[in-house]
Design a protein around this ligand. Structure first.
Ligand SMILES: Cc1cc2ncn([C@H]3O[C@H](COP(=O)(O)O)[C@@H](O)[C@H]3O)c2cc1C
Ligand SMILES: O=C(O)c1cccnc1
Length: 364
């Protein structure tokens, strides 16, 4: 399992991420909508849970949508821009957390167990590299990205490798029979990378998209904004969204981008996590607009900037719990809602089955 990136020799020549995405089944969706109207409840009374079941029915091409088998991939990577002092935590934490993911003590490891979900941990390159660790896939691209205050974060080949690592995790999820894909990230300083990338993609000021991350104070946030402004000035010549992702992104952000596109191409529904994952989703939609139909949004993170990114994506997140962790934790938290929405859709009785009277209008 250590060769997920290197066994794709054709990637450099083959822009697989441009290939078309699957289409949701509109007819199945209409049937699911009609069934919701027949269930023993006032029509629409289950609100967003009805929409979720209808959407999943169309995405899974099934009258009985299910999210029993959930796959969570956490992509870890370090960022050169950490050298600018933009995080409240030291860079060594990224590598240290890899052991914690595999050892079962990290938040996402606890949540994955509680959900009976598969947890796939992928090391894309960490300065404090723990080496071979049971339960961690090595797909190392470099020890970290380059500090994007000094030059592009990634080379073209590195960006392709990161996108490919995301796609490889989606293939593993499909092989395991997953019904839902969730991507998470770990990388000290990656809220700086995500804010810079979102600023460039949305053409908004860094002050609107930059937050405290792991816990910067007001002075720390002001410094972080200044760092991002410097980077944006350096990378202003970037003339495509590919270039913006290459210059300002990170290996784990690009892996999420690749995973989202690959999931949409394969017809596997995705639940997107917080700020960083949503910026990766924005990049995925820019690389391949067809992937948007496959992305569901789990929560609104406490991180400043997430609301603006969600708005740009026209996303309506399910939860708002003031979470600001990443790792896929917010997405994991929303899985029970999806499961319950499916259970209601699949197992509630219809008015006819239960012998319950329908609305006065329908009886007239
Ligand atoms: C122990 C620990 C566990 C984490 N798990 C996720 N993050 C989150 O915080 C980091 C981003 O914040 P910033 O840009 O401020 O560095 C990412 O690793 C993100 O996944 C963590 C951070 C820490 C310290
Ligand atoms: O919303 C997130 O993804 C997030 C916010 C702060 C720190 N890490 C992740």
């Amino acid at each position: 399992m250590n060769d997920r990136v290197s066994n794709q020799p054709t990637l450099a020549a083959d822009a697989w991420w441009l290939r078309s995405c699957k289409r949701p089944d509109a007819e199945r969706q209409a049937q699911a909508r009609a069934r919701q109207a027949q269930l023993t409840k006032p029509p629409g009374s289950l609100g967003v849970l009805e929409d979720l079941a209808v959407t999943l029915s169309g995405l899974q091409h099934s009258p009985t949508p299910k999210v029993d088998r959930v796959w969570i991939s956490v992509f870890a990577a370090d960022h050169g821009v950490a050298a600018e002092g933009v995080s409240a935590f030291p860079q060594a934490v990224t590598g240290e957390m890899l052991r914690n993911f595999a050892g079962g003590g990290a938040a996402i490891a606890v949540l994955a167990r509680a959900l009976d979900a598969s947890l796939d941990v992928v090391n894309l390159g960490t300065v404090n590299d723990p080496g071979a660790v049971a339960g961690v896939h090595r797909a190392v691209i470099a020890a970290s990205t380059r500090n994007f205050c000094e030059g592009p974060a990634m080379s073209d080949a590195q960006l392709r490798a990161a996108l490919g690592a995301g796609a490889a995790s989606v293939r593993a999820a499909l092989d395991a029979g997953a019904q839902l894909f969730i991507g998470g990230e770990m990388g000290i300083a990656n809220t700086t990378s995500a804010a810079a990338l979102a600023s460039a993609l949305l053409r908004r000021s860094p002050s609107e998209l930059t937050g405290a991350g792991t816990g910067l104070d007001a002075g720390g946030i002001a410094h972080k904004i200044a760092v991002i402004e410097r980077a944006l000035a350096l990378h202003a010549p970037a003339d495509s969204d590919w270039e913006r992702l290459r210059r300002l992104g990170g290996f784990e952000i690009a892996a999420l981008t690749g995973a989202y596109v690959a999931a949409a191409q394969a017809g596997l529904p995705v639940l997107v996590d917080g700020f960083i994952a949503s910026v990766a989703a924005l990049a995925a939609q820019r690389l391949n607009p067809g992937c948007g139909d496959w992305l569901l949004y789990a929560h609104r993170s406490h991180e400043r900037g997430h609301a603006m990114v969600l708005e740009a994506l026209r996303a309506r997140p399910l939860l708002d719990l003031s979470m600001r962790l990443g790792e896929a934790s917010g997405a994991a938290m929303a899985v029970p809602l999806l499961r319950l929405a499916c259970a209601l859709h699949n197992s509630m009785a219809t008015f006819a089955q239960a012998g319950v009277s329908e609305s006065a209008a329908q009886q007239a």
